[in-house]
Design a protein around this ligand. Structure first.
Ligand SMILES: Nc1nc2c(c(=O)[nH]1)N[C@H]1C(S)=C(S)[C@@H](COP(=O)(O)O)O[C@H]1N2
Ligand SMILES: [Mo]
Length: 335
């Protein structure tokens, strides 16, 4: 992986990992030539291909031990990565069930290859990306906080690329003002879609961003997590990650990205407009009608007493980078 210059917003790995582990890992990444590994990721790409920790040949004493070290040596809960076990087992993905553990179970056989991601709408070069194309961008790791509107949060190491990269490839027209996203609709594979209103929402799941939000360098397309291709329950093979917004904006298993001129409908806003806005910026001062958003339960490794309740930060702590997008807007009204 090419190590890009650290920006002020990046939760650096040096902050969350022991330095020795951090260095070893960087060496591994370099050895594996993270950029331009398109060939390696050809049709037989599997969950382990992006895995630079799980390969015993490369990581010596092994992945598990290294992660253990990270947790033990992280200086505070705020900077502790959420364990991979939690990231892949405590999920919201209503297409695969409403319980937090349902997606892992019900998505186990989810087919992600072949995949088609359609890029169209107000663009110069409408196109369809196949499974392998998703790994043809310059991949990087982004450690982001994810704050669910339900008041829990995680710290997750994603692998992917800025959404802007994909939009530039399609050539967005100046008449486009928003980007609309759509999740796969496949009731055969997604049991939650079999009833028209599984979980109180309509399918396919749809989301949207204003153009400046979509082009912002923090807005990320993930194709991996914890150094591996995404698990189905995390939105394989391709999902959005918008770290300063409530988790429901980060739509999973995307099949269509469309440039449009009007604010597109969004799933949770359609379900309950008074509870979920289009913007959904994390804001401790605007409570959900049924609960407070002032604090959150930070999930680290799970188990009794391991989670901590911490203060929620405006824009989930990314205010310095994104608050300018909303200057002059009434955030109580545009929640
Ligand atoms: N298609 C789709 N995308 C979705 C959801 C969903 O139910 N369906 N849940 C959202 C919610 S509420 C959250 S908090 C995040 C959770 O992502 P994770 O399970 O990878 O942590 O995914 C979001 N993306
Ligand atoms: Mo969420």
């Amino acid at each position: 992986m090419l190590i890009k210059t650290k920006k002020s917003w990046q939760l650096s790995e040096a902050q969350v990992t022991d330095e020795t582990v951090f260095r070893q890992r960087r060496t591994l990444l370099r050895q594996m030539g993270f950029l331009g590994m398109g060939g390696l990721l050809a049709s037989h790409a599997q969950a382990g291909v992006l895995d630079w920790f799980g390969n015993d040949k490369n990581s010596g004493s092994g992945a598990k031990l290294q992660r253990e070290l990270e947790f033990a040596k992280a200086t505070s809960t705020q900077q502790t990565l959420t364990s991979e076990a939690k990231v892949t087992s405590y999920n919201n993905f209503y297409e695969f069930g409403l319980g937090k553990n349902d997606p892992r179970e019900n998505a186990a056989g989810f087919r992600v290859d072949p995949w088609q991601l359609q890029l169209d709408g107000l663009v110069d070069q409408p196109q369809t990306l196949g499974y392998e194309d998703l790994f043809g961008f310059d991949l990087e790791e982004r450690i982001y906080r994810l704050r669910c509107v339900e008041a829990w949060s995680m710290v997750i190491p994603w692998v992917g690329f800025p959404l802007a990269d994909i939009l530039k490839r399609a050539g967005v027209n100046s008449s486009a003002k928003y980007i609309a996203f759509e999740t796969l609709f496949d009731p055969k594979q997604m049991p939650g879609q079999r009833s028209r209103l599984g979980g109180g929402i309509r399918y396919p799941y749809v989301e949207g961003l204003r153009m400046d939000e979509a082009m912002h360098p923090l807005t990320f397309i993930a194709v991996g997590v914890y150094g591996k291709t995404l698990a189905p329950q995390n939105g394989a093979p391709v999902r959005l990650v918008v770290p300063w917004k409530y988790g429901f904006k980060s739509i999973k298993s995307i099949t269509r990205i469309q440039a449009v001129d009007k604010q597109p409908p969004t799933t949770w806003n359609l379900a309950a407009a008074n509870e979920y806005g289009f913007y959904a910026n994390v804001n401790p001062e605007v409570d959900h009608p049924r609960w407070s958003q002032a604090t959150e339960r930070r999930i680290t490794r799970g188990g009794l007493g391991s989670d901590e309740r911490i203060a929620t930060l405006p824009f989930n702590g990314y205010g310095e980078q994104v608050a300018g997008l909303y200057q002059g807007m009434d955030l109580q009204r545009f929640y």
